[in-house]
Design a protein around this ligand. Structure first.
Ligand SMILES: C[S@@+](CC[C@H](N)C(=O)[O-])C[C@H]1O[C@@H](n2cnc3c(N)ncnc32)[C@H](O)[C@@H]1O
Length: 262
């Protein structure tokens, strides 16, 4: 277990620093973040990812299904919320009232480390388009399912269970058996098994984007995910380009991908 798993301020600060150094510059390669730009983050957690966008004068809406995380976001960003620069809501984005309020409203939608948790991405990704202004863009950052820790096994409490790569790819009953032997909490086992159903590969993601009528505007693949600085003390590294061009194989050796689509 890492400090950010229980210290929410540490987690928030990491979200903010990572967003400022990596997400915001990547998104700005295709859309400048000027005052008044409207930004929604789906799966905002504690809201740290949106802080640099608020600092740039964007109007931000953070949405999450986890009520306690929205409470924390409203606490950590109370000044920004009170100043009307941001709002954080516990919300299912399929809710009709929410859709009617924000239809064609956002210049940018951000999903960072979220799409791999969402069921039925084939339905979810095209649905997101309803919230975009004409010319709006969606950013996705996620760990491909087949990468060494694509099962999120770093969430395990037992050290050995959190550092062994690729065992999330074993058949379900074997994976579950190992997690049981490690004595993981039933809630963690449930979460990790759910991810086995929703985890997404680079190929499937790109297929869904194409089928949704969206175009890839920018992409970056990482050998070492920028957030591994906080998880494992590693320096971020982009993937060696020829490896990024080899479909299927690249999924096993790419720990994070960034895409902007629109
Ligand atoms: C791994 S956290 C990422 C938090 C933050 N984006 C970050 O990068 O640190 C995933 C978050 O997505 C939220 N989430 C998952 N599915 C969602 C959905 N359909 N709608 C809104 N939030 C969702 C979860 O509740 C969780 O807070």
């Amino acid at each position: 277990m890492l400090i950010q798993h229980f210290d929410l301020k540490v987690r928030f600060d990491q979200q903010e620093e990572n967003s400022e150094s990596y997400l915001l510059p990547f998104i700005e390669m295709t859309k400048p973040m000027i005052p008044g730009t409207t930004v929604m983050e789906v799966g905002t957690g504690e809201g740290g990812v949106l802080k640099p966008f608020i600092n740039h004068g964007c109007h931000c809406v953070g949405v999450d299904l986890a009520a306690e995380r929205i409470v924390t976001a409203n606490e950590f960003l109370a000044n920004e919320v009170n100043a009307g620069k941001a709002e954080f809501v516990c919300q299912n984005i399929y809710d009709e009232e929410f859709l009617n309020k924000y239809r064609n409203f956002f210049d940018v939608i951000i999903l960072k480390d979220v799409i791999e948790h969402v069921p039925e991405q084939e339905k979810f990704i095209p649905y997101l388009r309803n919230f975009l202004k004409p010319g709006g863009q969606i950013f996705f950052g996620f760990p491909p399912w087949q990468m060494p820790f694509g099962g999120h096994q770093q969430a395990c409490r037992k050290k050995w269970a959190s550092v062994i790569p690729w065992y999330h790819l074993l058949p379900r009953f074997m994976y579950k058996g190992i997690l049981n032997i490690a004595g993981e909490h039933p809630s963690i086992i449930k979460e990790l098994l759910e991810l086995k159903d929703t985890g997404i590969t680079i190929e499937r993601f790109e297929r869904i984007i194409k089928k949704s009528g969206l175009k890839v505007l920018n992409k970056r693949h990482y050998l070492i995910n920028p957030i591994y600085k906080y998880k494992f003390g590693l320096k971020p590294r982009k993937q060696w380009p020829p490896l990024s061009w080899i479909p299927y194989f690249r999924d096993f050796v790419t720990t994070c991908v960034y895409y902007t689509v629109g």
